[in-house]
Design a binder for this molecule. Structure first.
Ligand code: FPP
Ligand code: MG
Length: 295
């Protein structure tokens, strides 16, 4: 991973703007899941660290924009750039990182460049669907999962596929792995938003629903409630939650096993991902670590 961090630092240096260098060092790097995946899939390719750095810059740019869109004050436990520097700076920093990533991406072969570039269009479509869906209570599981695939799984899918292309491995298999890993990862994130506390999450707990996001446990809960319960849940959507209401939601989720049901789907998707790369023990291990995150 040191090679990826040096590539990221080199690209930031090349932007040649002290303000950007300074702001970038203030960001928390996060788990670097996408970069780790790329290095695991193409460990011997000399261009893998650069590809990983490009994907991490795109991911960082998307989060900068996402925090503006969500008006989020915290990211990975530290104040978001929009909170400390304002939205204008956050948007432009995102633009700079994103365009620098694309400048580097054009140096890769066409199929690799297209794979990553197309995933950013998909990711942006997913973000737009997410915003639109937050306007009213969504109880449709398929609509939710389609959005989730675009918003979070496509970049992971593209990272896995592009690194497989780099290493002349079976791109299709790794794409399936990336897609299912991405979906499973996001569903677990949705669960943790409900089951963890603010200190663990690095952002307020049960924030998704307050932001208007009807994640899988809420969709399953809605499905299980009677008409009166459904009305109560719908009325709580996209507003700050009173203590008593969040307690009610959690109790009802427990009663109807909404979290367990969501977790079952995450496990199913993880298993599909595992099946795709079953000979690669390190990739299987990544999945197991991710599933454990939710205990
Ligand atoms: C986080 O979702 C958001 C994303 C994973 C994607 C955001 C994509 C864009 C803003 C499109 C623009 C892309 C570029 C490269 C400029 P979340 O809000 O559900 O998760 P969170 O809790 O981590 O904020
Ligand atoms: Mg967000």
């Amino acid at each position: 991973m040191q090679r990826v961090e040096s590539e990221i630092a080199r690209l930031i240096q090349e932007i040649d703007y002290d303000e950007v260098t300074h702001l970038f060092t203030m960001l928390s790097g996060g788990k670097r899941l996408r970069a780790k995946l790329i290095l695991k899939i193409a460990p011997d390719d000399e261009k893998a660290p650069l590809l990983a750095a490009i994907v991490e810059l795109i991911h960082a740019a998307s989060l900068l924009h996402d925090d503006v869109i969500d008006e989020a004050l915290l990211r990975r436990g530290v104040a978001s750039v929009n909170a400390t520097e304002g939205s204008k700076v956050a948007v432009m920093l995102g633009d700079i990182l994103y365009s620098k990533a694309f400048t580097e991406l054009v140096g890769f072969n066409k199929e690799i460049a297209q794979t990553i570039a197309a995933s950013v269009t998909a990711l942006s479509k997913g973000e737009m669907q997410d915003v639109k869906m937050a306007e009213k209570f969504n109880s449709d599981e398929k609509v939710y999962l389609d959005m989730l695939y675009l918003k979070t799984a496509t970049l992971i899918e593209a990272a896995a596929k592009a690194s497989a292309l780099l290493a002349s491995k079976d791109a299709q298999k790794y794409a399936i792995y990336g897609r299912n890993l991405g979906l499973s990862f996001q569903i677990i994130d949705d669960i943790l938003d409900i089951t963890s506390d603010e200190a663990t999450l690095g952002k307020p707990a049960m924030n998704d629903f307050v932001e208007g996001k009807c994640t899988l446990p809420y969709i399953y809960l809605h499905e299980a409630l009677d008409a009166q319960g459904q009305k109560r849940l719908e009325a709580l959507h996209a507003k700050p939650l009173e203590e008593e209401d969040s307690k009610w939601i959690k109790e009802k989720m427990q009663e109807h096993k909404s979290i367990e049901r969501s977790f079952e789907l995450a496990k199913e998707l993880s298993n599909e991902a595992m099946q795709a790369v079953k000979d690669d023990t390190e990739l299987v291990e990544i999945l197991q670590i991710m599933i454990k995150r939710s205990y």
